[in-house]
Structures are given as structure tokens and as C-alpha cells.
Design a protein around this ligand. Structure first.
Ligand code: ATP
Ligand code: MG
Length: 633
């Protein structure tokens, strides 16, 4: 048996002994009295009675050894500023921020909404909350006032912290007017708004009595030190709303001790990044990856974390690789969407950099199609490691675990269950485990491992119904389709609500998308099922090309090529009824395809909740294409 197999078996068969050992990776002010309490399923408590603190583990603990090592490097190609902070610098700034929070009467257990782009102060704010036991809820800076208001009403914060503005591709987006609008819309607006200004939007008027300027408060608190608040392991550390790809976002609640232990362990076993080494995640702090692998994970692991604000193509498509070279990045983490953006540019933007320190590129967040994986592999010549997780899990559930003994990468598969994850694939109807090479629903057998969500904020019933109410047996449903091959590699086949039924054949839209994308001219494809009188449903493709064109003949040639490709690889049933070529596809702010809205539009229905839509133009593109008619079909 491999090291992985031994460790995984132990984590499943003797979870308490296994996690008791893992718990030693972090500092406990008071050691746990009980490793696991599973007396009230599906709720579980890890490290009961233990007292610890995320901020202490991320910063204070490292000071004796790493005070002068870089902890956080915040690079912005929007403001053209780079902030390099050592662990000592981070200690100072986070303490000052914590002192500012105290001045604004933020107490242990209070919620704090953070609405900021990828700037160093966003990390200071999160860590400062963790230090004093306040519960942060970071709302992605790109969200509109409505999204923010909904999250404010759910979290009922004592304080909202925002930047004066964000910037995207050089275009300044003032945040204050959005915050004002959200506060006006919200039922329970926060009594104070703390504004961290970068001088991007100096004109913004302050609301007297409510708005506070951080620079002023920072000057007043000076180099104050704020003692760490020791929290019981299961107290909430933060709330984070899911991307909302499938509907109303859920307020995922995380604990303290279990999360810290899971991150410490995954930094080593999954990401193979040791103290003193450098990790660069291109995520936004507003997403789960940003929480776990831009802020808490690398810092708890004593690593250097790179935080990047800006487009991956500005000043040119080599910027991320230039940073890898400059800071000696070992572990890089990004998303398939981002790589598809780079794929539109010359590989030389990557190849011209010295990437000898770079060991891996991890990708997560959505299916990694083979053409994209192969393209980036050819460009980098480093392992491309697909890993599967959800906001709910907080850290990867499936990967090839390069930090243990790396299993060979198999394109299309994120790999194997991580330590502590007892997963199986079951039949949707019967709930019985399916044999190898058979599609089913991916489930986790509870108790969920440390690091995974503890509940939905203020809504235990929704937690149970959303995740545990699908089968007779008490199982956590991932709501994703999966299949396991003979060697135990798991493949994700899309979401359980992304299945179409063509003349009695159930087809995953993901499989058709994969096939469409393998056609060379295609940059990205979305496949949906559209009602059809004869067949029930038929597959319809929306695709972007690597080289945009308005030339109808070129468009229909490409569309025809896609159709033939699908027919050849998946058979006539999967043959797309219609193909529409567009210049952009509608996605959520986190880069996931909004198939739900596409499908509604294609059927002439209301596209539904568009609050998480990233680019309104993409939706207009689709409407225009529908009006114009398909490029083939
Ligand atoms: P909501 O739950 O609100 O609808 P969401 O599911 O898009 O939103 P996230 O938690 O950000 O919110 O995304 C998790 C989902 O992303 C997974 O359930 C899966 O569908 C997809 N996903 C993540 N990583 C991978 C991967 N490596 N391969 C395939 N799919 C992935
Ligand atoms: Mg989800």
C-alpha cells in the first residue's frame, strides 16, 4: 500500500486517533478534551473543548522563527502597487486593525461584512476579526448592491468594512455608492461602515455618525497590540456564501479548530508547500479558495502568500508567470476559466519566464476540460493538478495528493478522496453504491471531516435539507455526478441538475461540453437541454471561439465542426440540435457557467435570478444570438 492508502484508511477507520495526531499541527491554548462528538448527526464537532485562534496560528506562532520572512505579498496591476509584508509587518498591521475593530465596539461573536477587492487590507481585516473572535463574512467585491444587501440581512453585521473602490482593467468601480445603496435596501444595516481608502474615489461623501475612515483610525490606534481571544474549537470563525450557481446562496459556516487543522494538513499533503515556501493563488479573497489558500492556509503553514489584484492579461498575459519567477513561487493555484483566458494568448508569455521554482499548478472550481489541461501542461511542463471541492468543504475533497506520494495525473480526473473524506458514488434512485465505470451521485459519508462546513448560518434545517435530505441513508450529497474508473480515479461529470434527457437517453451536459471543446477552434462551450416535442430535450450549444469572428460563413463552419466532433465522439443522440457562436458566455462572478439562465433564455423563459451574473454583456450576446438564429441547426 502507498503512503496515501495507509493514511487514508487510517483516517476513515480510526478517525479519532488519526485527527488527534493531526491536531498537533496547530497551536492549542487548551488541548481538546474530545476529538469527535457525533452524538447529534449530521452535526459533528471536532476537537471539543480545545481552545485556539486562527490569527494566532497564522501569525503570532511564527514570529520567533519567521518575523523577517515575507508573509503576504499583495500585488496590484490595477493600482500598480506592491506591498511586501513580513510576518512582523503583518503582526503589526493586523493588531492595528483589531484595535480599530475594538474601537468600533466589535465583540466576540459579532459579524463583520468585508466588501473589498484583493488588497492587503482585506486580509488584515479577516485576520483581525479572527484575532478578536468576530465572525467575518467576506462578500466578493464585484457584487452589486442587491447581493450585498441580501448578505447583510442574512449575517446582520455589527460593522461593514469596505474599500473606497475596486478597479478592473483600469476602470475604477466606486464601492461606497454600492455600500450606501445596500445599506438603504437592507432591513438590518450595520451601525458603522469602515472605509479603507486607496484614493481611487476621493469624492465620496461620508455619512456622519456611520462612516469611519480607516487611515484616521489607524493613526489613532498606532502600534496597539490586541490580545488574542481564545475560542472553543467549534465556535464560528466565518461565514461565506456559496457562488449561487444553482440558486439562493447559502451562508456556509466554518469552525475554528477543525478548519485550522484541515488547512495545516492540506498545505502539506495536498499542496506540498512547506514553511518558508511560496504559494500563489489567483483567487479572489471573496471565494472559498481565497479564504483557505490566500489567507489562512499559507499563513498557518508558515509560507509566503501572494495576493493578486488585476487581470491575468495586464500588462500582458505573462504577468502571473513573471510573479512566479520574481517570488520563486512553488505552488500555484488558479481556475480553468482563468487558463482559458490565457489560452487565447501566445504560449510564449508563459515560456519566456524562468519557472524553475514552480513545482505545480493546481486548478479548481469547475470541470477542467482536457484541451485546456493539455494546453497549459504543454506551456508549463509541470504537473497540472485538478482538485475538486466546494465552498462547503473548505479544502479539496479530491486530489492526487502530491504531498504524500503523488498518484499520476489522469486528465479529466481530480483524483482520490483526501484524508478524512469517506466518499462513494451512489445510484440516484436506489442510493446503492454503483460499480466502477458507472455514473452516480458523489456523496460523503458523515461525519464530515474537519474543515468542512458546520451548518448554514442560522438555518440548521436548510443545512439538513440541502445536503442530507436526498437519500434514505444519512449522506452528504455533493449534488455533483461522478464516475470512478477501475483504478479508483474519480471523474466529476457535472451537477445533478445539469442532465438532459434526449429521447430517453440521459446525457450529462458536461460530457457534451468536453467534446465540443475538443474541437480546435473552440475557446469555451456551454451545453444545455432545450425542450423538443419529439425527443423531450435536445442539446443546444453556446460557444466562444479562440478567435472571435463576425463572419457568418466562418461561424457556421466552426459550428458545423463542433457538431461533427460531438457526433463522432458521443454518437448521434448527443448531436447538438443547434449551435450558437457568441463572443462571451454568461458566468457567475466566480467564473462558473450560468447554464440555468442560458437554458431559460433559449426556451424563451425568464432567466431567473441574475444577481450573481458577472458580465451583463454576455447575456445580451446570448439574446442577440438567439434572435439572429443558430450558426448551424
Ligand atoms: P451554489 O452551490 O450556490 O449553486 P456553486 O456550487 O457554484 O454555487 P461553489 O461552492 O463555489 O459554488 O462551487 C462548487 C462546485 O464547483 C462543485 O460542486 C462542482 O460542481 C464545481 N467544481 C469545483 N471544483 C471542480 C473540479 N475540479 N471539477 C469539476 N467540478 C468542480
Ligand atoms: Mg454548490
Amino acid at each position: 500500500m502507498t503512503t496515501y492508502e495507509v493514511a487514508h484508511r487510517r483516517s476513515i477507520e480510526q478517525p479519532e486517533a488519526f485527527w488527534a495526531e493531526e491536531a498537533k499541527r496547530i497551536f492549542w491554548h487548551k488541548p481538546p478534551e474530545q476529538i469527535l462528538d457525533y452524538s447529534n448527526p449530521p452535526f459533528r464537532q471536532w476537537f471539543v473543548g480545545g481552545e485556539t485562534n486562527l490569527c494566532y496560528n497564522a501569525i503570532d506562532r511564527h514570529l520567533p522563527e519567521r518575523a523577517n520572512q515575507l508573509a503576504l505579498v499583495a500585488v496590484s496591476t490595477e493600482t500598480n502597487q506592491t506591498q511586501e509584508l513580513t510576518y512582523a509587518d503583518l503582526y503589526r498591521e493586523v493588531n492595528a486593525f483589531a484595535a480599530a475593530l475594538k474601537r468600533l465596539d466589535v465583540q466576540r461573536g459579532d459579524r463583520v461584512v468585508i466588501y473589498m477587492p484583493n488588497m492587503a487590507e482585506a486580509a488584515f481585516a479577516m485576520l483581525a476579526c479572527a484575532r478578536i473572535g468576530a465572525i467575518h463574512s467576506v462578500v466578493f467585491g464585484g457584487f452589486a448592491a442587491h447581493n450585498l444587501a441580501v448578505r447583510i440581512d442574512d449575517a446582520q453585521p455589527k460593522l461593514l468594512i469596505c474599500a473606497d473602490a475596486g478597479s478592473r482593467g483600469g476602470k475604477v468601480i466606486a464601492y461606497k455608492p454600492l455600500v450606501d445603496e445596500a445599506c438603504a435596501k437592507a432591513q438590518t444595516p450595520p451601525p458603522h461602515v469602515l472605509i479603507v481608502s486607496r484614493g481611487l474615489d476621493p469624492a465620496e461623501p461620508k455619512v456622519p455618525g456611520r462612516d469611519v475612515d480607516y487611515a484616521q483610525l489607524r493613526a489613532e490606534v498606532g502600534d496597539a497590540e490586541v490580545p488574542v481571544e481564545w475560542l472553543e474549537s467549534n465556535e464560528p470563525s466565518y461565514l461565506l456564501y456559496t457562488s449561487g450557481t444553482t440558486g439562493k446562496p447559502k451562508g456556509v459556516q466554518r469552525d475554528v479548530g477543525g478548519y485550522a487543522v484541515a488547512l495545516a494538513q492540506s498545505m502539506e499533503t495536498v499542496f506540498d508547500c512547506k514553511p518558508g515556501q511560496v504559494m500563489f493563488s489567483t483567487s479572489d479573497v471573496g471565494w472559498a479558495v481565497g479564504h483557505s489558500y490566500n489567507v489562512y492556509g499559507p499563513l498557518i503553514g508558515g509560507c509566503t502568500s501572494i495576493l493578486y489584484e488585476g487581470l491575468p492579461t495586464n500588462p500582458d498575459a505573462g504577468i502571473w508567470w513573471a510573479l512566479c519567477e520574481q517570488y520563486g513561487v512553488r505552488t500555484m493555484f488558479s481556475s480553468p476559466t482563468a487558463i482559458r483566458v490565457l489560452k487565447k494568448h501566445d504560449v510564449d508569455f508563459i515560456r519566456r519566464h524562468d519557472l524553475s521554482m514552480l513545482k505545480y499548478l493546481f486548478l479548481a472550481g469547475e470541470p477542467l476540460d482536457e484541451p485546456t489541461a493539455k494546453w497549459i501542461f504543454e506551456a508549463l511542463r509541470k504537473p497540472i493538478i485538478d482538485n475538486y471541492w466546494q465552498t462547503e468543504t473548505g479544502w479539496p475533497a479530491l486530489s492526487v495528493l502530491p504531498g504524500l506520494d503523488m498518484k499520476p495525473v489522469r486528465f479529466g480526473s481530480p483524483g482520490f478522496p483526501n484524508l478524512g473524506y469517506k466518499m462513494k458514488i451512489i445510484d440516484e434512485q436506489s442510493g446503492v453504491e454503483v460499480p466502477a465505470n458507472t455514473k452516480g451521485v458523489l456523496v460523503i459519508e458523515p461525519p464530515l471531516p474537519p474543515g468542512c462546513m458546520t451548518t448554514i448560518w442560522h438555518d440548521d434545517a436548510r443545512f439538513i435539507n440541502s445536503y442530507f435530505g436526498h437519500f434514505k441513508e444519512l449522506l452528504y450529497s455533493s449534488l455533483d455526478w461522478a464516475i470512478k474508473d477501475d483504478d479508483g480515479y474519480t471523474f466529476i461529470l457535472g451537477r445533478t441538475d445539469d442532465v438532459i434527457n434526449v429521447a430517453g437517453h440521459r446525457l450529462g451536459t458536461r460530457e457534451i461540453e468536453e467534446s465540443v471543446s475538443s474541437y480546435n477552434a473552440v475557446a469555451e462551450a456551454a451545453v444545455i437541454g432545450v425542450s423538443d416535442e419529439l425527443k423531450g430535450q435536445v442539446p443546444v450549444v453556446f460557444a466562444t471561439l479562440r478567435q472571435n469572428t463576425d463572419e457568418p460563413a466562418a461561424r457556421s463552419a466552426a459550428a458545423d465542426g463542433m457538431r461533427k466532433t460531438v457526433e463522432q465522439s458521443l454518437g448521434a443522440v448527443a448531436r447538438p440540435a443547434r449551435v450558437y457562436i457568441v463572443n462571451a458566455l454568461p458566468k457567475t462572478r466566480s467564473g462558473k457557467l450560468l447554464r440555468r439562465s442560458l437554458q431559460a433564455l433559449a426556451q424563451g423563459a425568464d432567466p431567473g435570478d441574475l444577481s450573481t451574473l458577472d458580465d451583463p454583456n454576455a447575456l445580451e450576446e446570448v439574446k442577440r444570438a438567439l434572435q439572429r438564429g443558430p450558426d448551424v441547426g
